[in-house]
Design a protein. Structure first.
Length: 347
């Protein structure tokens, strides 16, 4: 293994985590927008309640892994950078509204692309381009001016701020994690779907695995590998760059996680007989997808993560940016879905 580069090892870590997440999406129906649609307009809360399982398992596995010394959460963007509430709210709202227009978040688009949906390919490419425009392209100076994100001057996060309650960290973690799981399992319809519960737990463990694997590699590579969890905004852009410039290097966790999600989605689609080629029906739909993807790319970079990157990984790290960004994404998506259902043309 000494002949394998640190970047390749990081890609393998991301690939395994992404593979499980892709399978969880196809075999366990884990999806952000789908959960909101089915709960708000379909009368079915199972996919929404599934989020409780995913978040609860992710919190417990990640936090107890950190307590055991296997995960260095302090080195992640969630704790190393000072939290900017305005970035979480504004970026989250942009991402959520764009998600409604595009019909999927970045993670969901990768899953659909892996199942043969060529419309999702458009979302993935446009989102990756606009994400990098805001990250390091022509929009970067404006983003940095409006939403500065300096290094944190000291400990921060939910556990740190709740320390005044006088409870030990392990009790707070246990309470938060089990509360999330309880909110999921209290729903009778979800309890009757062990397949969804199992894959929800697997998705939560996949997030903790990514934190653990990159923490191990960061330690052994002397910081050459960053500690990170799965996220699908900037990593999509990094994957596009790698596909175009692979001879110059660039393999890493991001590339592996994106490829892993697509592979898991393809396998899961094949198992369930869901793989089929699909394309846009008309130019109006294509325009909506492009506009939504652009909003997600910019909003996801502003918020430093997407519905998975902040909504799951950020929550698992118990950073305030996680639940706040997730709430903003949900609000933006509900507004966008309402506009689409009412016939409002956002273009």
């Amino acid at each position: 293994m000494e002949s394998v580069s640190a970047g390749m090892l990081a890609a393998l870590v991301g690939g395994l985590g992404g593979l499980v997440l892709g399978l969880a999406a196809r075999l366990g129906d884990f999806c952000t927008l789908g959960a909101l649609e089915s709960a708000a307009w379909g009368g079915d809360q199972r996919r929404l309640r599934l989020w409780g399982i995913v978040l609860g398992v992710a919190i417990l596995a990640t936090q107890f892994g950190a307590a055991a010394g296997g995960i260095d959460l302090g080195a992640t963007i969630y704790h190393a950078l000072a939290w900017n509430p305005f970035a979480s709210v504004i970026g989250g709202l942009m991402f959520g509204y764009g998600m409604a227009l595009a019909g999927n978040c970045g993670f969901g688009a990768l899953v659909r692309f892996g199942g043969g949906d060529l419309r999702a390919m458009v979302v993935v490419v446009v989102m990756g381009i606009f994400g990098f425009m805001a990250l390091s392209g022509p929009l970067a100076p404006l983003r940095q001016w409006l939403f500065p994100q300096p290094e944190a001057s000291g400990p921060q996060g939910i556990l740190h701020d709740l320390a005044g309650l006088g409870l030990p960290d392990w009790a707070l973690v246990l309470g938060l994690g089990l509360s999330c799981i309880g909110l999921g399992l209290i729903h009778p319809a979800l309890r009757q779907s062990p397949r969804m519960i199992g894959w929800g737990g697997a998705a939560g463990l996949a997030v903790a695995w990514c934190f653990f694997g990159t923490s191990l590699l960061a330690d052994r590579s002397l910081g050459a590998v960053a500690v990170e969890g799965p996220s699908f905004t900037a990593p999509i852009g990094r994957t596009l760059l790698y596909l175009m410039t692979s001879t110059a290097g660039g393999i890493g966790f991001s590339v592996g996680s994106v490829a892993g999600v697509m592979a898991g989605a393809a396998i899961g689609s094949g198992i369930r007989g869901l793989f089929r080629w699909e394309a846009c029906e008309d130019p109006r739909e294509l325009g909506r997808l492009v506009g939504g993807a652009a909003l997600m790319g910019i909003g996801g970079v502003i918020a430093m993560g997407c519905s998975v990157g902040q909504g799951v990984a950020g929550v698992a790290a118990l950073a305030w940016s996680g639940p706040v960004t997730l709430a903003a994404i949900v609000a933006g998506a509900l507004v966008g879905l309402h506009h689409l259902i009412s016939g409002f043309d956002p273009r």
